[in-house]
Design a binder for this molecule. Structure first.
Ligand SMILES: Nc1ncnc2c1ncn2[C@@H]1O[C@H](COP(=O)(O)OP(=O)(O)O)[C@@H](O)[C@H]1O
Ligand SMILES: [Mg+2]
Length: 259
């Protein structure tokens, strides 16, 4: 089944009041943001989507796929949900090389494509300042490397049309590029974030308060410009971090850049 859109039918906030946003549809290729203070219900909203809630969670929200109630087997079996979740803490525990892992994953998805390992590693390396090599053991990857690898893996191998991301701001990866990559592969991307680079590169964002969806904000062209400029600063910070990490020195001329 092709998943082209998901719809969230509003439920109730923490006080049992109906959510202001009654219905929200997010389409393929769209990047959708979730913002709000700590405790406002952001993770809970993402979890409702992940579970394909049918008025059976705290919020009483209902999730539709392509405008319809998803089939029962899709709700019961997490493997059939085809929803990928990326989080701040992402550790590979398996003792195998990057190449072995990717080949195994591709095989389990029935994908036999020549050069797929290099394709994924090249993509991942566009997202991290510390290049990954295929002979690396998964256990030695840094947080930024493993998250970059996961994003590239989800884009190329996983047949998950919906990608949910819970706060990756401190993840040490080029966030802007990561979201663009996922959206470019036709995924529905929902991202929880306080980071202006990410929040402003979304097409729309929902504002959470007291456990409920209160408002939907459309990102303006001006905000998208702001996001790009902030992203330049971010990537520059990443570069400086790498220099320091590799024992380099920084000079004043290193910070002569224009926003
Ligand atoms: N609509 C809701 N109805 C009842 N409880 C909720 C609702 N939304 C969130 N909660 C509860 O409020 C708490 C904080 O929510 P959470 O999603 O973790 O917030 P955030 O991720 O924004 O910090 C959690 O215990 C969650 O179960
Ligand atoms: Mg949270």
């Amino acid at each position: 089944m092709d998943i082209n859109e998901i719809t969230i039918i509003g439920g109730y906030n923490k006080f049992g009041e109906p959510e202001a946003v009654r219905e929200l549809t997010v389409k393929k290729g769209e990047i959708f943001g979730v913002v709000g203070p700590t405790g406002s219900g952001k993770s809970n909203l993402i979890s409702d989507i992940e579970q394909l809630a049918q008025r059976d969670t705290l919020s009483r929200r209902k999730i539709l796929i392509n405008g319809e109630v998803p089939p029962v087997d899709m709700r019961r079996d997490p493997r059939k949900r085809r929803i990928a979740q990326l989080s701040q803490n992402m550790n590979f525990l398996a003792d195998m090389t990057v190449e072995e892992f990717l080949l195994m994953h591709a095989k389990s998805r029935g994908i036999e494509k020549e050069g797929i390992v290099d394709e994924i590693i090249n993509l991942a390396n566009k997202l991290t300042g510390e290049p990954i090599k295929k002979e690396y053991n998964l256990t030695i990857l840094s947080g930024g490397q493993s998250r970059s690898l996961m994003v590239a893996d989800v884009a190329v191998i996983s047949d998950s049309p919906i990608v949910l991301i819970d706060e990756i701001e401190n993840a040490g990866i080029k966030k802007h590029e990561a979201l663009e990559l996922l959206a470019g592969y036709g995924k529905i991307v929902m991202v929880i974030t306080h980071d202006p680079v990410l929040a402003l590169m979304t097409d729309r964002r929902v504002v959470m308060k007291n456990g409920g969806m209160t408002e939907i904000i459309e990102t303006t062209e001006e905000e998208k410009e702001v996001s790009k400029k902030l992203n330049n600063i971010d990537n520059w910070m990443l570069l400086m971090r790498e220099k320091i990490r590799h024992g380099g020195r920084l000079a004043l001329e290193d910070i002569e850049f224009t926003v």
